[in-house]
Design a protein around this ligand. Sequence first.
Ligand code: FES
Length: 143
Amino acid sequence: MELAIGEVADRAGVNTSALRFYEKQGLIHSRRSGGNQRRYHRAVLRRVAFIRASQAAGISLDAIGEVLARLGDEEAPPAEVWEEAARTWSADLDERIALLVRMRERLTSCVGCGCLSLRSCHLLNPDDRLASEGGGARRLLHD
Ligand code: FES
């Protein structure tokens, strides 16, 4: 049984404009009826749930599309596909969180400073390049 766009919108809890957008992005697919109306396979409901859950976790439409592109156009993402995507994206989020924590630590060190020194500001010299060369007056040693 195929579904009209309004039925999909009601059951999936999204606007019809969102469905048209997802379709334009290649995330879902429809065929046209004799009256040129969109008709969706029932699998679209789980695809939309996959998209909404992924977006709620901050995943980009490009990344979502990469996963859905591995499936047939009218194939619902099985539990294993969602589980694998969630595990991969969770690890990506962990990396991004760790990066953000490091950025916050560097920025916090600037609070109340204002020097913007190329040598000592942790944002402008994040790796403290001279420090990695060892102790002493490294700039003088280079000269
Ligand atoms: S502004 Fe002084 S440490 Fe960044």
